[in-house]
Design a protein. Structure first.
Length: 296
């Protein structure tokens, strides 16, 4: 098994560790409650913890897309999660960076610099994505996060004691997916009760629940404890919720996404997929989500 360098920042509230592989979070430790909150990976369910997704979210039809008449192949969720990034470290920030290179150009024909920054401020962990277009042409991309959180995370509680809270005024749309996880359309999501969704393992039997128009905030809460984890993603259009389908996996992912996977049976043209970000030459894109820990 390959070993990758990990880097750590901490304050009085949290200790956060991330790997140079993909700039992936590997630990979010609540020092006040003395417990690990991030899913630690288990190949029986899912071996990752919190991949970063770039330059595409989830699946491409036939594993490929086209750009200016040429076809390119790319793995699920893009190549950042499989790449080794360089890290710059300060007392309260980790910054992981990937520059376009010979390997990335085979999958993605653009010159760019990608960064993911982790910043601590008390019990807040801010995740900042930056993309610089260093090319002479407009570039197109999706970007997002895939952090998994341990559920249960309070001793003496069970998975079904937890729920996702959005707020009473939220009326989300759900992205409809095919059985093989490609986009079919959207529909009103009517499963919320008083702005909340109770967790049950069979919620994920058909894979991820991806919602739009959620108000940019969700809290993972427990009915038997005041402890909670909130995720704020004001400028991400979508949020996904997932654990390994048809299992009793003890975690749930909260995934802020800027865009969606490919449509069913359509090999997407990168210049025409309507929800991708676009960036002119010389410009820099930035987007953020924030994880806040509320200890019991």
């Amino acid at each position: 098994m390959e070993r990758y360098t990990v880097h750590t920042i901490e304050n009085d509230y949290l200790r956060v560790t991330a790997s140079e592989k993909g700039g992936e979070l590997k630990s979010v430790y609540d020092k006040k409650a003395q417990r690990e909150l991030l899913w630690q990976g288990d190949d029986r369910y899912w071996g990752d913890s919190a991949p970063n997704l770039f330059p595409y979210i989830a699946r491409l039809t036939e594993g490929k897309y086209t750009y200016q008449g040429q076809s390119y192949e790319m793995k699920i969720h893009g190549f950042v999660m499989y790449s080794v990034l360089t890290c710059t470290e300060t007392e309260q920030e980790l910054c992981f960076e990937l520059k376009s290179n010979e390997t990335t150009r085979q999958e993605y024909p653009f010159e760019f610099v990608y960064r993911v920054r982790y910043q601590l401020n008390d019990a807040d962990l801010k995740v900042i994505y930056e993309v610089e277009n260093q090319d002479s042409k407009k570039m197109y991309f999706g970007i997002g996060g895939h952090p998994g959180f341990q559920v249960p995370f309070v001793d003496g509680t069970e998975f079904e004691d937890y729920y996702l809270e959005f707020g009473n005024d939220v009326k989300p749309l759900r992205v409809q997916f095919s059985n093989d996880c490609f986009v079919l359309g959207k529909e009103e999501y009517q499963e919320l009760a008083d702005g909340a969704l109770s967790l049950k393992h069979n919620l994920f039997d058909e894979d991820a629940i991806v919602l739009e128009q959620t108000g940019g905030h969700v809290a993972l809460k427990c009915r038997k404890s005041p402890a909670s984890i909130s995720v704020k993603y004001e400028n991400m259009r979508y949020v996904g919720f997932w654990h390994c389908p048809r299992t009793e996996a003890p975690y749930v992912c909260i995934e802020p996404w800027s865009s969606l996977p490919s449509r069913k049976n359509i090999v997407e043209d990168l210049e025409r997929q309507e929800d991708l970000n676009s960036l002119m030459p010389g410009e820099t894109y930035q987007n953020t989500f924030c994880i806040t820990i509320h200890s019991a």
